[in-house]
Design a protein around this ligand. Sequence first.
Ligand code: AKG
Ligand code: FE2
Length: 158
Amino acid sequence: MDFKSLKFTQKQVEAYTSVRRLLRLQVAEFFGLDPETLQHDMTFFSHINGSKTEYWHSHIDTEQYGTFAFTTLLYLNSQDEDFHGGEFVFEAHGTSSAAAVEPRAGRVVAFSSDAENPHKVLKVTKGIRMALTAAFTCSTEKALSIEAFPKPSLVASG
Ligand SMILES: O=C(O)CCC(=O)C(=O)O
Ligand SMILES: [Fe+2]
């Protein structure tokens, strides 16, 4: 499947928008924030298969993407059913020990995006792993610099 040529239907955009709204409320509740302080940052879908040579190396989202304050990950399929490998791993650092998350369709991971949460994704050995990364920023200036998602040119009319 050539993901880059897909167009989103209006229904898919509505589904995405309501998922995004719920993620924002969940992050606000979990971190004890007013939802109004969380503004939409970058969003993207990822699909990783065993033929990829570049995996998600260990990184810190705020450094990698420049703007993230809170990251949410929504898994769209499941480890051991749709793919093998591909665990999400919070790296050990300071006094924190490593912790792994098994991707499951519908499971959400939310965390603050800065140096306190370095993480990586382990190699996918079989199948295709699909996830949504949806981030929030607390800076209006940064939020205004973010391109609309999905790009209007990728939404099918009617
Ligand atoms: O898909 C995942 O589990 C993590 C992806 C990630 O680290 C990112 O989008 O920055
Ligand atoms: Fe990340």
